[in-house]
Ligand binder design. Structure first.
Ligand SMILES: Nc1nc2c(ncn2[C@@H]2O[C@H](COP(=O)(O)OP(=O)(O)OP(=O)(O)O)[C@@H](O)[C@H]2O)c(=O)[nH]1
Ligand SMILES: [Mg+2]
Length: 202
């Protein structure tokens, strides 16, 4: 089954995007292949419970790779794929071994996947010192992914102040990549992301 990985720095909105995008494409529930805590069993969430329990305002809310099973209607058929949430990748070496291990697993998952959605926070793209600021990690993810998989940058949090300037900065920094402005909160860009995924599921 094809694997679409959402990767990026901590707190940029990866998990909220996964939950709201799954709802957007018509899933009844969010079904993980293994629980977000990393244990190996099926785990099913209502969207409300997923938003309340899996999304958080602080970095490193997600500490394990969490593949969700999604289905997208394409013409008269249905394509099934994994959309995989990952642990935020921070600059430097994190002090918590659980966080470090989640990041290592996430980078391993990136290596083998088919579609990369690299999420950045457009509203904090140039904020000095912010954990979400676009940085070395993003440049490395782009360099690694662009030649290996279907690759798009999601410039997220476009509903927040400062995001338009952040989007310009991101487009200048990654001139050869597809950059899709999104808001995991409002649903902006979901149609474009859906089309990007469908194109690469064929
Ligand atoms: N305004 C706004 N807030 C957002 C958006 N996407 C995410 N958030 C908020 O940003 C915070 C982080 O969201 P998460 O989805 O947990 O971010 P993440 O990238 O999964 O973070 P980690 O798991 O820590 O790596 C939460 O408070 C979300 O509600 C968005 O598009 N707009
Ligand atoms: Mg998360």
């Amino acid at each position: 089954m094809k694997d679409c990985v959402i990767i990026g720095k901590p707190n940029v909105g990866k998990t909220l995007f996964l939950v709201n995008f799954a709802e957007y494409v018509g899933a009844a529930v969010l079904q993980f292949e293994r629980s977000p805590s990393g244990s190996l069993y099926e785990s099913t969430y209502s969207f409300e419970r997923a938003r309340a329990g899996l999304v958080g305002p602080n970095p490193h809310t997600t500490t394990a790779v969490a593949p969700a099973l999604l289905r997208i209607r394409v013409g008269k058929g249905v394509r099934e794929f994994h959309m995989t949430d990952t642990a935020g990748i921070c600059e430097g070496i994190h002090g918590d071994p659980v966080v470090r291990s989640g990041m290592a697993d996430s980078l391993r998952r990136l290596r083998g996947c088919d579609i990369v959605l690299h999420m950045v926070d457009a509203s904090k793209a140039t904020s000095p010192g912010a954990v979400e600021a676009v940085g070395d990690v993003d440049i490395r993810i782009a360099a690694f992914s662009a030649s290996r998989a279907a690759y798009a940058i999601l410039a997220n949090k476009m509903d927040l102040p400062g995001a338009d300037a952040g989007l310009l900065f991101i487009r200048r920094l990654f001139p050869r990549e597809s950059v899709i402005p999104t808001s995991a909160l409002s649903g902006r860009g979901f149609r474009e992301v859906r089309a990007f995924i469908v194109k690469h599921l064929r």
